[in-house]
Ligand binder design. Structure first.
Ligand code: NAI
Length: 343
């Protein structure tokens, strides 16, 4: 089996080489992202392996299909960058649904703690032997209300972590978990009454720019926003405005809506052309990490293992439990047992 691996990073390669070897899958690692200009590189391969910022739109899928590529395997959970409907009857698509919800939820809490206890500032100060505490006053998380948007795998781990801190947790999910002990409220109420809001929902037409100039007006003054989901959930221009007019008290961002040409690359010593990102980063109450919430040893190992299992299943059975099929009841986890092979 030959698989073209796009947007390869040094941290991806060891685990994929290990599980590739065990499963007789030969990965060819390309540093470039998959897109309309680069799809031709996949010629002669059985499938392609992609990440969050590769483009797998209709044109790319048509090109892959015309070259005989049989599957697209995402080495991530989110799949907003793939036109799953267009892929139907052409190219199988599978993802890695839950490689480590702990990695992402713990990163969300790490960002929050860093921000509210000013750890990022203290670290730089003490490195310079500046032991002054001026300007480092934080606040207790205990007793604060945290609103969690999306109570799937990551959201639930985040809820457990917050409960451990003695926080009052409220949540909104379009599909609330039945019989759970989660205190669900409407999205409006969550936005109105949370001191901290953390996003753990997928990017869809409904969630795109859920935080915008209008919804920001309804937020509690001084609210902290944490986004480890997808950048486009927050309209960054509106966020910047909300920070400038002090309605938003802080933002912890692991994702950014225009991240695809910036994140994962080293721009130190260069001029960053995205003014909104540059301005956000310049704010004392904004912390940005470069889509790194998933990056733990456990997660990388699970991602490579599950991706290889997906490839083997797709090639041997023509379908797999992690297939993304828009025709099935639940796009995630094709109901293969009910409707047979997806196509
Ligand atoms: P999941 O599928 O287990 O949970 C998503 C939850 O969001 C579900 O409960 C679903 O019902 C809910 N949801 C769907 N539409 C909604 C809407 N319109 N409003 C509110 N809730 C809605 O997914 P999981 O594994 O918890 O991941 C969540 C997201 O985290 C992914 O979609 C991905 O975008 C992001 N992610 C980010 C990573 C990073 O490194 N920063 C790594 C992994 C995932």
């Amino acid at each position: 089996m030959k698989v073209a691996f796009f947007d390869a990073k040094p941290y991806d390669i060891p685990s994929f080489e290990k599980y590739g070897k065990e499963n007789s899958i030969e990965f060819k690692f390309f540093e470039t992202k998959l897109g309309e200009d680069t799809a031709g590189l996949a010629s002669g391969y059985d499938g392609v392996c992609v990440f969050v910022n590769d483009t797998v739109n209709a044109a790319v899928l048509d090109k892959l299909y015309s070259m005989g590529v049989k599957f697209v395997v995402l080495r991530c959970a989110g799949y907003n960058n793939v036109d799953v409907e267009h892929a139907f009857k052409k190219v199988h698509v599978a993802h890695v649904p839950g490689y480590s919800p702990y990695a992402v939820a713990e990163h969300a809490m790490a960002l929050l703690l860093t921000s509210v206890r000013r750890i990022h500032k203290a670290y730089i100060r003490t490195k310079d032997f500046n032991f002054s505490l001026s300007g480092l006053t934080g606040f207790d998380l205990h007793g604060k209300t945290v609103g969690v948007v999306g109570t799937g795998k990551i959201g639930r781990v985040f809820i457990d972590i917050c409960r451990g801190f003695g926080m009052n947790v409220i949540a909104y999910d379009k599909f609330p978990a039945e019989g759970s002990d989660i205190n669900y409220v409407s999205l409006d109420e969550l936005l109105r009454s949370s001191d901290i809001i953390s996003f753990h929902c997928p990017l869809t037409d409904e969630t795109r720019h859920m935080i915008n100039s209008e919804s920001i007006k309804t937020l509690k003054r001084g609210v902290m926003l944490i986004n480890t989901s997808r950048g486009e959930i927050i309209d960054s221009e509106a966020l910047l405005e909300g920070i400038k007019n002090r309605r938003i008290g802080g933002a912890c961002l692991d994702v950014y809506d225009e991240e695809s040409d910036i994140f994962f690359k080293d721009f130190s010593g260069h001029i960053v052309s995205d003014d909104t990102l540059a301005r956000l980063i310049s704010m004392p109450n904004v912390i940005v990490t470069s889509h790194q919430a998933f990056l733990t040893e456990e997660a990388l190992d699970n991602i490579a293992k599950t991706t290889c299992e997906n490839i083997i299943e797709l090639c041997s059975e023509g379908a797999c439990k992690n297939e993304l099929c828009y025709r099935c009841d639940n796009i995630e986890g094709c109901r293969v047992e009910r409707c047979g092979k997806c196509f």
